[in-house]
Ligand binder design. Structure first.
Ligand SMILES: Cc1cc2nc3c(=O)[nH]c(=O)nc-3n(C[C@H](O)[C@H](O)[C@H](O)COP(=O)(O)OP(=O)(O)OC[C@H]3O[C@@H](n4cnc5c(N)ncnc54)[C@H](O)[C@@H]3O)c2cc1C
Length: 87
């Protein structure tokens, strides 16, 4: 029996990324590091919007990783502020 596999091109469904100054790669995905950190300070992404591997479990995991990185950044910021007050 003949079959057909199709892989339609994907695009961002909203202009939000563009309006926030985020860059898209050649797959129309938002560029971010493994923790969802984008090139815009304080802006993190998770899920399909920044990954070619699109599954529910991976989207949830990337949200968890982004949360960890956000927490780390906030703790580092607080620590640096505390140190600057001490001096
Ligand atoms: C047909 C199909 C079948 C799939 N089957 C499977 C499967 O069997 N198993 C599996 O693991 N994965 C499957 N996936 C993939 C899975 O659905 C996604 O990887 C997952 O839902 C990604 O989660 P997300 O939170 O990143 O994005 P989404 O679930 O797409 O959530 C994004 C949300 O943002 C909302 N949104 C968009 N623009 C705006 C805006 N401007 N303002 C406010 N809200 C906005 C959308 O309405 C949506 O609710 C399937 C996907 C498709 C399309």
């Amino acid at each position: 029996m003949p079959g057909l596999f199709a892989r339609p091109a994907q695009k961002q469904q909203s202009a939000l990324a563009h309006s926030l100054g985020l860059e898209l790669d050649e797959h129309n995905l938002i560029e971010a590091n493994g923790g969802g950190l984008t090139k815009v300070y304080g802006l993190f992404v998770a899920g399909d919007t920044s990954s070619l591997a699109q599954q529910v479990v991976l989207a949830a995991a990337s949200g968890a990783l982004a949360a960890m990185q956000i927490n780390e950044e906030l703790v580092t910021e607080s620590f640096n502020n505390f140190n600057s007050i001490k001096k």
